[in-house]
Design a protein around this ligand. Structure first.
Ligand code: DSN
Length: 426
């Protein structure tokens, strides 16, 4: 067969892009060589619809072992009693929870997307907002932190069947106890989507939502540093309270409902090569080195946020407890949009993403904010002493985003420095 030089040239160019730049997208990371190896393995050839020991295809004995290993390692990481490692992504994991817990049209409550929430927590263009009645809570304008009073108020007035905590752009710890209390009061299921801080939680640096929520979902590729994918967990199995009984009148346990909601409810064959790579990443996360890595991620983020504030930038909520931060550009550069800022930084080989800030005066296409995160640069080996330097480079670009000369000199400094942090062994 002729080698597909077109695609492999694209892959080579993407590897070069990742190698020479400073990666600050809060949801990205660099996986280890053994995670990559498992993902690119012969396991991709195997169909395995069903679950270990109960498949719809022959020859699944071997992949049963890696899927069981992934489940056991994940449960160990978070002290969960049950886990499903088949969701292809975080949004798929969330969709399965909706399928298991709600009927079409039911009400649920999640964080407003423009206040840091996620698309699959109720956006009107996503299945969650299209098929179900999405209610929202916000962060407070005064301090950028979740408005728990408002959350409780909406919960009591509207009595949603599901309450979701978790975000895509929120840099603070959550008060899970308080949300669980109001969920119990109104008989709602409490779900936490911990996709962003999952690695910090596994390392014990932030509260573990498995102890407070009925159901926890996550992706595996952000701070957790595994392959792209999703998972679902529970700390305790419980009978489904929404009256979804079998024709024989049996009450189903939530684990059975969730398993059926993943397969056959929303997915077909699981990606066994990705599940094996998840198992590898979970094994890495259980090693002592992983805690040191996560401590560095958190330290780097705190120092970076401080450096931004010292240069006159407004960080939403005034800092960070985790791996990310949201910069509201309006304080320092009232006329600069997130869109223009992102483009200028990318031209200087500093990758970030434009992001709406709470109470934004601009649209999601323009935005007034930028989101930054430290998981990827920390994997790369950068320590806290480099964070003020990165912020200085960003500030140089944003102070004069139209100047090609300015951008070129920053790009040269970035490329020169990053050569010292090798990324790939191949
Ligand atoms: N919205 C993605 C992010 O946080 O970048 C995750 O789906």
């Amino acid at each position: 067969m002729t080698r597909d030089t077109q695609i492999f040239d694209i892959i080579r160019r993407e590897r070069d892009r990742q190698t020479k730049g400073i990666e600050l997208i809060a949801s990205e990371n660099f996986v280890s060589d053994q995670v990559l190896e498992a993902m690119g393995s012969v396991l991709t050839n195997k169909y395995a619809e069903g679950y270990p020991g109960k498949r719809y295809y022959g020859g699944c004995e071997v992949v049963d072992e890696s899927e069981r290993l992934a489940i056991e390692r994940l449960k160990q990481m978070y002290g969960a009693c049950w886990a499903n490692v088949q969701p292809h992504s975080g949004a798929q994991a969330n969709m399965a929870v909706f399928m298991a817990c709600l009927q079409a049209g039911d009400k649920f409550l999640g964080l407003n997307l423009s206040h840091g929430g996620h698309l699959s927590h109720g956006s009107p263009v996503n299945f969650s907002g299209l098929m179900f009645k999405a209610l929202e809570y916000n962060v407070k304008e005064s301090d950028g932190r979740v408005d728990y009073d408002q959350l409780e108020q909406v919960a009591r007035a509207e009595r949603p069947k599901l309450i979701i905590a978790g975000a895509s752009a929120y840099s603070r710890e959550w008060d899970y106890e308080r949300i669980r209390k109001v969920a119990d009061e109104i008989g709602a299921i409490f779900m936490v989507d911990m996709a962003h801080p999952a690695g910090l939680i596994a390392a014990g640096l932030l509260k573990n939502p498995v102890r407070y929520a009925h159901i926890v979902t996550s992706t595996t590729h952000k701070t957790m540093r595994g392959p792209r994918g999703g998972v679902i967990m529970m700390g305790e199995d419980f009978p489904n309270p929404w009256g979804k009984t079998t024709p024989k009148g049996e009450v189903k346990m939530m684990s059975a409902l969730l398993d059926s909601a993943v397969f056959p409810g929303t997915q077909g064959g699981p990606l066994e090569h990705v599940i094996a790579a998840k198992a590898v990443a979970f094994g890495e996360a259980l090693s002592p080195d992983f805690k040191l890595y996560q401590q560095q991620v958190q330290k780097n983020a705190a120092v970076m946020a401080q450096a931004f504030m010292e240069r006159g930038y407004n960080i939403v909520s005034g800092g960070t407890d985790n791996h990310c931060m949201l910069v509201d550009l309006r304080t320092k550069f009232p006329d600069l949009t997130g869109k223009i800022a992102e483009k200028a930084l990318v031209s200087a080989d500093i990758t970030t993403n434009k992001n709406m800030v709470p109470f934004d005066s601009r649209s999601a296409f323009q935005t007034s904010g930028l989101r930054f995160g430290t998981p990827a640069i920390t994997t790369r080996g950068l320590k806290e002493d480099k964070m003020p330097w990165i912020v200085e480079l960003i500030d140089t670009v944003l102070s004069n985003p139209e100047s090609e000369e300015n951008i070129r000199s920053v790009r040269e400094a970035v490329n020169k420095e990053m050569v010292q942090y090798p990324l790939f062994a191949w």
